[in-house]
Design a protein around this ligand. Sequence first.
Ligand code: PLP
Length: 437
Amino acid sequence: MEKDRIEELVRAYTREHHSRKPYQKGDRIPYSGRVFDEEEVWALVDSALDFWLTAGDYTEAFEKGLAAYLEVPYCLLVNSGSSANLLAMAALTSPLLKDRRILKGDEVLTVAAAFPTTVAPILQCGAVPVFVDIDIPSYNVCPEQLEEALSSRTKAVFLAHSLGNPFALDQIRAFCDRHGLWLIEDNCDGLGGTYEIDEKIRKTGTIGHIGTSSFYPAHQMTTGEGGAVYTSDPLLYKILRSMRDWGRECSCPGGMDNLCGHRFDGQFGTLPRGYDHKYVYSHIGYNLKATDMQAAIGTAQLAKLPDFVRRRQENWAYLRAGLAGLSDQLILPEKQEHSNPSWFGFILAVRPECERSRGEIVSYLEEHGIQTRNLFAGNILRHPCFQDLKEGEDYRVAHSLENTDFTMRNAFWVGVYPGMTDAMLDEMILRIRKSLN
Ligand SMILES: Cc1ncc(COP(=O)(O)O)c(C=O)c1O
């Protein structure tokens, strides 16, 4: 059978079964959702028909495409944003980094108002997370508190751009440079945002030493499950690739052999000379690779990413303008100075003087079809997963976490994803207003 015929049918099927139905008043308004058309479905089927399954042509195209979008030389596709964070953190423990390597007991500065797998890799890699508070309404770290949290064992700063709002990248990168620290940008919620630094506009995720992305459906683009790590540093790239791919030394892609021409003549560790380079392991690694089918969806989504980002920005601005009059009852979000965020969501916090509690407002909104979310873990230290960990030993709290706790109790967020229409945004504005009555 001709592939063209299959393509025609797949495209027709997608148009028939997956076209977006226009919003009708009373329909549920989700906080996020996949936005796709026949391009994604055809790319997925095309990769299935190839049946390569593991990383192949689509993976190569996707990694190159994302690197070009971000304007960095190196990008690796992985199977989730959590894997991307684990890989970024694990890479910094590599012996190849010599005295800058993160060792057991070294400290990594972060926040407790976090997604759990921004913090978990720090612990999983044997390091000690050190928590500082956040600022409201940016919901990002207070840069001055990083200086106070510093100790002789601090080796890195690992932070997410909160709901896409970039943290103070200029101050924090300068702080890291001043103290010889690594900076990992968890860009899982911020892909496509920009920040002006040294008079240049750069994409978030590319100003620190390593950036990470998640392509879970809620994010700026999707591959189903999936994620990426990116860097401009060739040594970090070599380590990231090795650790993603079982810890191996060799960089031949799957299905290829002896690209370096030295497959059988090297000396590694105490192995016999000429031991097959394909099976030499320079790191205690993982297998965090994704499939070519995920990459195929990603290539189609990547072509739409600039438009997705623009629509998120427009939707955020529409909500911000529509809710401006409520600032006596709700703390409205503010974008970080020098940035143009690629918003993940629209966050609100209920002021102490407001007559309604978060619980009442959220219940009202959910009852009226508007999906809401909390700022992830709120305060990760208050979760059962931290109950068996010892403060001062397994982790350190460098500051009162007053704003973190305030956020945990009083903040919630609603969506701005590209599938939203003005009618949906108007309904959200109306319902948020009414929820305060
Ligand atoms: C800030 C942040 N980091 C990491 C992740 C983890 O990504 P994934 O769900 O792809 O593992 C998420 C998920 O939403 C996130 O919001």
